[in-house]
Design a protein around this ligand. Sequence first.
Ligand SMILES: [Zn+2]
Length: 64
Amino acid sequence: MSDEPIKLAEGMMAALRQSGRIENHVCEFRGCGKRAPFGFAKPRQPSLWFCFEHREHGDMDLAG
Ligand SMILES: [Zn+2]
C-alpha cells in the first residue's frame, strides 16, 4: 500500500507542518482506528485522516 500516492491538499500541508508528523493520525471512519496516512482538508475545517481502506470516504467528503 505504500506505493499509493498520498493526497495532499494545501490546507492539509499546513496542518502537517504544524503537527510535524503524519504517522500518528488515526482513521476517522467509525470503529476503524487504523493508522491513517491519507489526509483530507477543506477550508476552515479540521483535517480528516483515513487509512488506506477508507480513504475513499475522504474523497467523498471533499467532493461534498
Ligand atoms: Zn479506516
